[in-house]
Design a protein around this ligand. Structure first.
Ligand code: THU
Length: 136
């Protein structure tokens, strides 16, 4: 699957976004090393902080199905510039994706900015940091 197709897959999810509060739909599509695609949208809640972003919806869908090896993630919103993922999603990306993995972030005019996980969240907190600081 090409980059453009993954972005199109993310775009389809804008219609599924549950965004009664922000009115800001976001779509995501995550492709595994084997070529399977998991789509996600943002899902909001009247208790605002419980909201799940599109990126995390896609990642959690895939991980909950047993997937662990990912090739690329596309994210899209109806924004003027390619939509920057939030900090929480960047941390979740760093847990499951390699530092070199590509993330295609996209605007309403399909302007695409291609970044790596490492570029999105340098110096991230890792499982190795956790184990090195745990009480014996
Ligand atoms: N949101 C995402 O789904 N992904 C992003 O990258 C940025 C923010 C959602 C969360 C909330 O539903 C809405 O956009 C406004 O913050």
């Amino acid at each position: 699957m090409h980059k453009e197709q993954l972005i199109e897959s993310a775009k389809q999810m804008l219609d599924h976004a549950y965004v009664p509060y922000s009115k800001f739909p976001v779509g995501a599509a995550l492709i595994t090393d084997e070529g399977k695609v998991y789509q996600g949208c943002n899902i909001e809640n009247a208790a605002y902080p419980v909201t799940c972003c599109a990126e995390r919806t896609a990642i959690f869908k895939a991980v909950s199905e047993g997937e662990r090896n990912f090739k690329a993630l596309a994210v899209i919103a109806n924004t003027d510039r390619p939509v920057p993922p939030c900090g929480a999603c960047r941390q979740v990306m760093s847990e499951f994706f390699s530092p070199e993995m590509k993330v295609y972030i996209t605007s309403k005019d399909l302007e695409v900015k291609e970044v790596t996980v490492q570029e999105l969240l340098p110096f991230s907190f890792t499982p190795e940091d956790l184990s090195s600081g745990q009480t014996k």
